[in-house]
Design a binder for this molecule. Sequence first.
Ligand code: NDP
Ligand code: OXD
Length: 308
Amino acid sequence: MAVLYRSDAARGAAWARFFAEHAPDLDFRVWPDAGNLADIEYLIAWQAPPEFIASLPRLRVLFSSGAGVDHVDFSALPAHVPLVRMVEPGIIDGMVEYVSLAVLALHRDFFDYVAQKSSRSWNPIEVPPASSRRVGVMGLGSLGTAVLERLAVYGFRLRGWNRSARTLAGVETFSSAEQLRPFLEGSDILVCLLPLTAETQGMLNREVFAALPAGASLINVGRGPHVVDADLLAALDSGRLSRAILDVTDPEPLPAGHPFWGHPRVFVTPHVASMTQPETAAPILLDNIRRHRRGDFLVGMVDRTKGY
Ligand code: NDP
Ligand code: OXD
């Protein structure tokens, strides 16, 4: 029985160190030193090409090394092999930091001051209290709920929208397609933390932008294909939206000629909002392997019918 890590190479050594120290009984291998592929029962991977999956006759679980699984070809994974996504404190903390930073930067007009600095202009903008700003989060999963919990500390008015109904202390919650519009109408800053599925692709579009309060801003940390780029550019150019902070784009990397790069009110980061941290992820993954070996449920199981 062996565990193969085939993901971010730079972080492979940290994963191997953890397993050597805490699970010396497990044969932990780091790609490309995979050894005999017939030994591999647990695979930790970001991209797992179908032909590679097919070369693992004893594969028992595929662990995604990230939280999202939209890049996984479900049809290449045998039905008896569960797919497990990453739910770990490091990835949650990273997302909480990024979204807090983005919300605060919008709330406190930092991008205006960046522009002012380049033109050497000293022009104070009135500071509204956080309690006057409404932040709406789409997707109340492990990341969306953690983000809302932290934003509450600043005193923002919070709302969240999710497929199934949720109750979160201090958050006005909305669910289902029927409640999308009222949710949007009260979101001055909209944060997308939805998984990418057939249902959510293209969801950040002209109708959604038209339903937001005039001058609202968008933070997309879900996936690039959630956004209809032309609709976002039109909404920014017409003044309907003030700004967009995009950590994810379609495609990635964003091509040099894409209009987002040159747009004065679009801020792009290269898909770095959050990253799996070996120090906090490896213990969770080891626990999941132990769970699997004793027949317990696995933390982060993906529902293939839902796609996340
Ligand atoms: P979860 O699976 O924990 O949460 C997803 C949430 O979205 C669930 O609450 C789900 O509702 C809801 N949802 C799914 N589909 C719909 C829909 N059609 N309409 C309304 N709500 C819906 O995921 P995480 O919070 O862990 O992660 C979310 C996403 O964040 C990932 O899929 C990934 O794309 C992205 N991500 C981005 C990173 C970055 O660096 N930019 C890093 C990590 C993740 P329900 O519970 O009812 O099913
Ligand atoms: C993830 C990501 O899904 O980094 O983990 O986007």
